[in-house]
Design a protein. Sequence first.
Length: 133
Amino acid sequence: MLSALFQQLLALPRAHKPHPADADESHKLWYFIDDHAEVVFPLLGLFIAAILFLGIRRGMKSSVAALRVKQERKDAIVRMMRSKLMVSAEVIAAELQIDKFLAAALLDELVREGKLVEQRLAGGIVNYRLKGL
């Protein structure tokens, strides 16, 4: 397939459709694409496929990196819980230097995984401790 494509490219005497004589040069690109469509369109298709492939690959890498960071933060919370008996989302946010809402979401996820136990105190304050302590 590639050899046939190169042979078509290298064939010097090519018969093109006659184009009307233009007063301006604005249609030169379209005439070129029309004359060389058998080469331009496959190259354009390869270019689009390469962009899609690279975009999907980059998206997968960033997703994996985000999951890795999230898991590292959860591991840091569990290590912190071993040194302290009870913590809240505010303490975790201050220690890890992250947003309080992100800390609360990570703590809730650790509760769902069964690693932490949630304890509600008076006034709606929620503290967390390791399961089994």
